[in-house]
Design a protein. Structure first.
Length: 305
């Protein structure tokens, strides 16, 4: 048995509750992992709210929050290759098992060993924030010297994008709230406050000829405002981008991407900028901060706390 934070019906934060559940049994393509750290992401509350039925509408209740984790392999399914009991790993809980829990199931093909130099808290940020940023940049395939606008640069994906894009020689400008200015500028990106009004005019002043590409992490009206400013437009979470001539990021969710991001961390090209860690007992506080849009950098649930 292990403790988990989840919900028995879709809804807002008041449907969340802690409960005990038996350790899940891995299927042929899965690994059972003792969770040591779990990343907190906007998709977590979207799933809880029932806003992504294609991902979890078919799953039985109770459902457990969380999609990314680091941990230690406890059991390996018969079809899984390249992983063994005792391995430190990071991966996607695409099995529906969640990660705000003591144990979970990860898909073997979407799980990778953690390099010895990486702490588990860093490794837990790789599956969602790290590989999303990598997939965006690979999909855009911009030449060095290109200008990139990151709309909503202050969160986990945005901060990863800022670093990885500049590592490819791109010139990065990002929008975020004033409270995130110092973090954003510490990466070397230019900062524009999107809470003070007139954000489009200030972006046009920075790039009179527009940006070569824009990545949207915000969606909604903010996406529609910045869409005309870029030759290429890609969104992380708002499918309406296609109505504006843009595309959604194509997520690969494979072991190779996890390994690439881990290596970038090891060689100093990517810092997840974890601004706060929480014990599992306070996971609801971490998710509430992410849901409020006031989270800066990356928040992680650390099971050792």
């Amino acid at each position: 048995m292990s403790k988990a934070l989840g919900y028995t019906t879709f809804g807002e934060a008041d449907v969340q509750e802690f409960f005990e559940r038996p350790d899940p049994v891995p299927g042929p393509a899965e690994v059972l992992v003792r969770v040591t750290a779990a990343g907190v992401n906007p998709v977590d509350h979207k799933l809880r709210s029932g806003h992504a039925p294609a991902l979890n509408g078919h799953l039985p209740f109770p459902q457990v929050l969380g999609l990314e984790a680091a941990g230690t392999v406890l059991a390996v399914g018969a079809e899984v290759t390249g992983l063994a009991v005792g391995d430190r790993v990071t991966g996607f809980a695409l099995t529906g098992s969640g990660t705000y829990a003591g144990t979970t199931l990860l898909l073997g093909d979407s799980t990778a060993r953690i390099p010895g130099a990486l702490p588990d808290t860093w490794a837990a940020t790789i599956p969602v924030a790290g590989t999303t940023a990598l997939d965006v940049l690979d999909q855009l395939d911009l030449p060095a010297g290109s200008s990139l606008l990151v709309n909503g640069i202050g969160g986990g994906v945005g901060i990863a994008l800022a670093q990885l894009a500049q590592g490819r020689g791109l010139v990065v400008t990002g929008t975020a709230s004033a409270a995130k200015r110092d973090l954003v500028t510490s990466t070397g990106a230019s900062f524009v406050d999107y809470t003070g009004g007139g954000v489009v005019d200030r972006l046009r002043a920075q790039a009179p000829d527009g940006f070569d590409a824009a990545v949207d992490n915000v969606g909604g009206e903010s996406l529609r405002e910045i869409a005309p400013l870029a030759a290429k437009l890609i969104s992380v979470g708002d499918p309406s981008v296609t109505e504006l001539g843009g595309v959604m990021v194509h997520r690969r969710l494979d072991r190779a991407g996890l390994e690439r991001v881990a290596e970038l961390m090891v060689i100093g090209k990517l810092d997840p900028h974890i601004t706060q860690t929480y014990p599992l007992e306070r996971a609801h506080e971490a998710l509430a901060l992410v849901e409020s849009l006031h989270a800066t950098g990356k928040l992680v649930i650390d099971m050792s706390l």
